[in-house]
Structures are given as structure tokens and as C-alpha cells.
Design a protein around this ligand. Structure first.
Ligand code: FAD
Length: 478
């Protein structure tokens, strides 16, 4: 049972601050970035449900070969072409980046076999600073070349269609787009859909229901050429920098957010401390809700709103954002790859009878930070449980998806943000795949609505132009 703390935070305290008060709910990247962008103009308090700012909750220690490292879950990789806002933010915060080798092996794994079997594998090579990909010896076959040709034809057509303004890709699903084109089915089902399922952390059905322009926009923005990177220190290098200049209250579950009955310009936020179960009420001038979409809806619905009320509309629209659950295991069990020495940094297990692939990243092959340690894997969607003794951590996540319908709801939510003192923020609020860049983009939009200057817009640097894409595709999906 919760107890209500009678010491409601005093409005007079707020009055002491010259700046208007603002709460951000949720310390994922969207909330962290929003709080950081808003802190100069507002007295910001960030509420986070977990005991530490959200991005870092699932980071584990890894000790092997006498070396100690930290491993984020998920790894949070990104690429220049699709992440202009994230790159600009990290560059501004002076966050060191590390490139990654995400060459992949595609495998099948029959129940009777001890280990998976590879059907397609490629490797990356760096020559004079330029990356090239080549087929592994085990894939130099008629089937291997057909897959490569399938990829070549797909990307050629995709780029042509994306460049054609008359092709209304925003009104059809990716599934319809595939049906309309006679692409190589093996490439689509064995390589492309598994790679996209990992990028979007969802089932194949989820990918097929995405708006076609979002998927094609991702695939043709240079993601295949730019190479994959991550923040070198992971969350440990980001959170201390992005939490400067405002208050962070962790272990606080925000339960409801609603305008005060007697003063519609002030917002009451009710939060429950997870350690003490004490419920406390706070007043703010503005609130940015940056939790997952379903939780944002619950926080708004917890207070009674009239149906026509903007917050009732926000809560209703938030129910249109589809979500999928998935889980991830961090472990050291090498039996999930066909052969440890010949394995790629990324190993897919593809079985078309299953709704999504299983994918493992061997951190020691993907990132130089871990290269001298014993193999350690992050496996998304485990289909054969690693040995119990090899498991370091496991975690479930929810991830929003985009459909033609949810995109309409998001456009309405974006409109309502402009008129509401309670604003909705998150990776699902941008018109792109809900990845880290979308989280930052959403916070940038809110900061602009609230009159803040975006530091990387102040200079002559225009992030989008500056980080212009090279849309030639030479690579295989990773
Ligand atoms: C398995 C997996 C792998 C991924 N890999 C990548 C990747 O490699 N690259 C990439 O670009 N993207 C990746 N993503 C997507 C990326 O993680 C998300 O786009 C991003 O984390 C979304 O950030 P967010 O701030 O919108 O939401 P979230 O990260 O979901 O943050 C929401 C926060 O709100 C907090 N919260 C919830 N309820 C409350 C409450 N009642 N009160 C207070 N706080 C609350 C939560 O604890 C959480 O910290 C991955 C996602 C998953 C699931």
C-alpha cells in the first residue's frame, strides 16, 4: 500500500526559482536529451522509475582474461546516415565513438543438430581507411551469388523508388512494396527481413506492416556504407555528461500527471518512491512525458479528463502505438555459433517457421574494447537457451512499432504537443524508425516548442547537411 506524503512540494519553492518549472518523466535517451536541452530555460526535474537513469540500468560488469569491461544491454549501435541528431548531440557532449565490425553469418539450426549451420556469410575488410565486404569461402556458391544479386537488384530498385516523388511509398506498407516488386524471395526472407527484424526489434509481420518509406528510407540513407559505431564508454560515458544542470530523482514511479483543478496552468505530478512507497505530489508549469507509449497513456489516464480534453485525446491516441516484447541474454556460451574461430561478429539463426530470427553479437569480434577477452555474446530472441552457468544477465524490453495507422496517431500527438503543457516525447514520436535518433529528434522538437535553442543549431553546422548521406549501397545487411 502507498502512503501519501503530506509535505506536498510547496509552490513557494518553485516561486523561488526564476525559471518556470518543468518535469521530465522517464530517463531513456529521449527524456535525458529533453531534460538536457531544456535545463537552461527551465528548472528541470527528471523522474525515473529505475534506480539509475534509464539508459544505464541494464549495464553489466564483464571480467575475463584479467580485463574488466562494462557491457550495455542493448548495445545501442548507430550509423551516421540515419542518426544526424544523435551524432550532433554526442559530438556536442564530446562523447567518444568506437567503430564496430558488424559483418554477419546467416545460419539455420535444426533441433537434431548440436550447432547451427551457415548458409551465407560475409566479412569486412578495411583497405586504406575504406571498408569493403567480401563473401566468405563457405558462401562462394550459386546460392551465395543469387543472394548477392538479389540484394543488388533490391537496392537498385529501392533507391530509384525513393528518388521518385510520384511513388507514394508513405501510403503503402513494406509488405505491399515487396509484393509489388518481383524481388528475389531468398534474399528477402533469408537476409533482409531477419536484418530488419533486428533493427526494429520485432517480428517479420511487424516489418511487413511498417510504412514502406520508413524502411526504404533507412536502407537507402547510407547505412550500408557509413559503418556502425557506438559510444565507446557506452552509457557510462553518456549519462554523467547528459545529466548535468538539472535534478534527477531516481526510483520514482510517476503515476499521474494532470492540470490542477483550481489552476489549469499548473500541473500536478504524483509519484511513488519505489524504496519507501511514499507517494508525493509536485507542481510544475510544464511536464514532458518520455516513458514508453503505453505507460505515457496510463499516466495520463490515471487522472479524470473530460473526453474533449486535450489530455484525454493524448491518452487515447497513445493506445494506437503498437508495442512488441522481446528479450535479450548476455552470455558466454559459444555453442550458439557454427564455429567460434570462423564465426562472424553477428550471427543470425533464421528459421522461416519462427516469427523472428535469433541474433547474437560477439562483442569480442565486433568492438576493439573487448577484443582481448573471452567470447561474450548478446543474444536477442534466444531460441536455444545458453548454458545456465554462462549467463551474465538477461532482460526483457518493449519496443514501439510503426504502422500506417500509428503514424496518423503520432502526427496528431505531435500537433497536440504544440497546444498542451503536458508534452509527449519518445523515440516513437518521430516520423522514422523508433531508434536512438528518433528519441533525440523528438526531444529537439519539444525543446524548440518550449523556446529553447538547440546548441548544435546555433553554429553554422546544419546536422542533416553536414552528415549528408552517401546512398550508394555496396553492403550486405548487418
Ligand atoms: C533490444 C533492443 C535493442 C535496441 N538496439 C538499438 C540500437 O542498437 N540502436 C538504436 O538506435 N536503437 C536501439 N534500440 C531502440 C532504442 O533503445 C530506443 O529507441 C530508445 O531507447 C528509446 O528511448 P526512449 O527514451 O524513447 O524510451 P525508453 O528508453 O524506453 O525510456 C523510457 C524511460 O521511462 C522510464 N519510465 C517508465 N515508466 C515510468 C514511470 N511511471 N515513471 C518514471 N519513469 C518511467 C523507463 O524506466 C525508461 O528509463 C533497441 C531497443 C531494444 C528494445
Amino acid at each position: 500500500m502507498y502512503t501519501l506524503d503530506p509535505s506536498v512540494s510547496s509552490p513557494s519553492l518553485d516561486a523561488l526559482h526564476a525559471k518556470p518549472s518543468l518535469a521530465v518523466v522517464g530517463a531513456g535517451l529521449a527524456g535525458l536529451s529533453a531534460a538536457w536541452l531544456l535545463k537552461d530555460k527551465y528548472q528541470v526535474t527528471l523522474f525515473e522509475y529505475h534506480d539509475s537513469p534509464g539508459m544505464g540500468v541494464f549495464t553489466s560488469d564483464y571480467h575475463s582474461n584479467g580485463i574488466e569491461t562494462r557491457i550495455d544491454m542493448p548495445l545501442r549501435i548507430f550509423t551516421k546516415g540515419y542518426y544526424p541528431q544523435l551524432f550532433a548531440l554526442y559530438k556536442y557532449l564530446n562523447i567518444e565513438m568506437e567503430s564496430s565490425d558488424h559483418a554477419a553469418a546467416y545460419q539455420t539450426w535444426r533441433p537434431e543438430d548440436e550447432r547451427p549451420a551457415v548458409f551465407f556469410q560475409y566479412r569486412n575488410i578495411n583497405v586504406l581507411g575504406k571498408g569493403f565486404r567480401y563473401l566468405s569461402r563457405n558462401s562462394i556458391s550459386g546460392a551465395g551469388f543469387k543472394l548477392v544479386m538479389g540484394q543488388f537488384t533490391f537496392f537498385k530498385q529501392a533507391k530509384k523508388d525513393m528518388a521518385n516523388p510520384l511513388h507514394s511509398l508513405s501510403h503503402i506498407t513494406f509488405g505491399t512494396y515487396l509484393q509489388q516488386n518481383n524481388f528475389n524471395a531468398s534474399f528477402i526472407h533469408q537476409l533482409l527481413l531477419p536484418a530488419l527484424a533486428v533493427i526494429c526489434t520485432c517480428d517479420y509481420d511487424g516489418i511487413l506492416n511498417y510504412p514502406a518509406d520508413l524502411i526504404l528510407g533507412y536502407l537507402t540513407c547510407g547505412v550500408m556504407d557509413d559503418g556502425i559505431v557506438r559510444a565507446k564508454q557506452g552509457v557510462d560515458g553518456i549519462v554523467p555528461k547528459i545529466t548535468q544542470g538539472y535534478d534527477v530523482l531516481c526510483g520514482e514511479q510517476v503515476m499521474s500527471v494532470a492540470p490542477l483543478d483550481h489552476d489549469k496552468n499548473r500541473i500536478m505530478l504524483t509519484s511513488c518512491n519505489q524504496a519507501t512507497s511514499v507517494v508525493k505530489e509536485y507542481e510544475f508549469d510544464h511536464v514532458v512525458i518520455a516513458t514508453q507509449a503505453d505507460i505515457a497513456g496510463q499516466i495520463l489516464s490515471a487522472a479524470q479528463h473530460k473526453e474533449a480534453d486535450v489530455h484525454a485525446q493524448q491518452a487515447k491516441l497513445l493506445t494506437s502505438i503498437p508495442m512488441q516484447y522481446s528479450s535479450m541474454v548476455l552470455h558466454t556460451d559459444t555453442s550458439i555459433v557454427h564455429h567460434q574461430n570462423q564465426a562472424s561478429p553477428v550471427s543470425y539463426i533464421v528459421d522461416e517457421s519462427l516469427p523472428r530470427p535469433s541474433t547474437s553479437v560477439d562483442l569480442t569480434k565486433a568492438f576493439s574494447t573487448y577484443k582481448d577477452q573471452q567470447p561474450v555474446f548478446q543474444t536477442w530472441n534466444v531460441i536455444k537457451q545458453p548454458k545456465a552457468s554462462s549467463i551474465i544477465a538477461q532482460q526483457s524490453f518493449t519496443r514501439p512499432l510503426v504502422t500506417l495507422e500509428s503514424r496518423v496517431a503520432v502526427a496528431k500527438l505531435q500537433n497536440l504537443n504544440a497546444h498542451s503543457a503536458i508534452k509527449i516525447c519518445g523515440s516513437y514520436m518521430a516520423n522514422k524508425i523508433p531508434l536512438l535518433d528518433a528519441a533525440v529528434e523528438s526531444s529537439v522538437e519539444i525543446a524548440k516548442q518550449l523556446g529553447c535553442t538547440i546548441p548544435w543549431h546555433k553554429t553554422n553546422c546544419k546536422p542533416r547537411d553536414n552528415l549528408a548521406h552517401d546512398s550508394d549501397s555496396k553492403a550486405l545487411p548487418a
